[in-house]
Design a protein around this ligand. Structure first.
Ligand code: SF4
Length: 385
């Protein structure tokens, strides 16, 4: 497939609210489908039970919220409303189960609302630990074992150690392919426009993992061979968009305002673990160890104030970024409460930064584009913002 065809296919998957690819997988394999909200769930466990993990990131800019608003108060982000809208309009009927990982109170409330609305469907709040020592590891083992029992009941296929090791292996391959693509974008951002990379990543939400790995590799190869002009843009890291996602048009506008995005934190479900999960030994231990020690730093994960910002500064340095753009969903407590701490660290380090808020259906793209364009210009002219 050539570059254009790969991007077109990924965009079609991204825009397909009916989850046709998931339905096709289900009718072809007869397997069960388990949805999950951002940021992270151990997809390997779902895969080991023979089911398809499907990432749900709200309805994006596509859906009009008609009934979803009735279930939540006004001043919260949009993703729970649009997820409920998808649910009550039947768009998520293909899901046999739904996982709600502990990110924030909004997702906790959404999980409760979901259980009331769809009592016949399997749903689980995944209580991820915030302690990464012995107590947190013991707690997480119980959570993983509980999920494995649930998935076994749901699918009729036991999550054996051997099956889980196999699943860990294919997800490691997928993570490595994505990491190579991120490296390519950082080396040559003109060859890998972020809006394209974003579409390739979003395909991880709906494709079986080995199929997605092939898509990532095919895209990387085609992008490497493309002859796209290099522009005089500044290199930036985008931070804060780990849950509700910005509209695609906003990502395109960020780039065309003069910013090469050389790292980001969207679709973290596919990039939460930054190293391979150990492929031999006890696979539960391997998943626990990876969760405790090999992850990105993000607001839904507790870290001491001293450590806040260290990961972001390292991202900036290793990607040779010239600044940081904070992009957070409106009313997103985790992202917006963390932002001042991260800004303070960047200021101490002399790293320019700017920020804005968005909603998944935001229409204020032009004003954000002007803001980031000014940010890029000031870095180019004075090396600061
Ligand atoms: S966008 Fe922020 S506040 Fe809303 S559900 Fe996600 S993490 Fe929670």
């Amino acid at each position: 497939m050539d570059l254009e065809a790969i991007v077109q296919r990924s965009e079609a998957l991204f825009r397909d609210q009916d989850l046709s690819a998931v339905k096709e997988w289900k009718s072809r394999t007869g397997g069960k489908v388990i949805g999950f909200m951002p940021v992270y769930v151990p997809r390997e466990l779902i895969h080991a039970a023979g089911a398809l993990p499907v990432g749900v990131m709200g309805a994006g800019e596509h859906a009009e919220i008609i009934r979803g608003d009735a279930y939540f108060q006004s001043y919260i982000c949009r993703i729970p409303r649009s997820t409920i809208e998808l649910g009550v309009s039947g768009k998520l009927d293909v899901l046999d189960g739904f996982l709600f990982p502990a990110i924030c109170d909004v997702i906790r409330n959404l999980s409760g609302m979901w259980k009331i609305l769809f009592p016949q469907k399997y749903a689980r709040y995944v209580d991820l630990p915030q302690d990464f020592g012995a107590a947190g590891r013991a707690f997480y083992r119980r959570e993983l074992e509980g999920m494995a029992e649930d998935f076994t009941r749901l699918t009729g296929k036991a999550v054996t150690a051997e099956a889980l090791r196999r699943s860990i292996k294919v997800y490691n391959e997928n993570r490595r392919a994505i990491a190579r693509l991120y490296d390519l974008r950082s080396e040559a951002p003109h060859l890998v426009p972020t809006w394209e990379l974003y579409l390739i990543l979003r395909a991880a939400n709906v494709l079986e993992v080995t199929e997605h790995t092939k898509l990532v590799e095919a895209y990387a190869q085609a992008a490497r061979q493309s002859k796209r002009p290099e522009r005089d843009y500044v290199r930036v890291v985008v931070s804060g968009a780990f849950c509700e996602q910005p509209p695609l048009g906003l990502i395109r506008a960020l780039e065309s305002s003069g910013c090469y995005i050389v790292d980001d934190d969207w679709v973290l479900g596919a990039r939460y673990l930054v190293e391979d999960v150990i492929e031999d030994g006890d696979p539960f231990d391997a998943l626990i160890d990876a969760y405790a020690t090999k992850t990105v730093s993000t607001a839904s994960r507790y870290e001491s104030t001293a450590l806040k910002g260290k990961f972001l500064v390292e991202q900036v340095r290793s990607r040779r970024a010239e600044g940081v753009v904070f992009a957070a969903p409106s009313f997103c407590d985790p992202a917006l409460l963390e932002r001042p701490m991260l800004q303070a660290v960047l200021s101490e380090q002399g790293i320019p930064h700017t920020g804005f808020k968005y909603a998944e259906n935001t229409g204020q793209i032009q004003s954000i584009k002007e803001e980031t364009g000014t940010f890029a210009d000031s870095i180019k002219l004075w090396g600061t913002a």
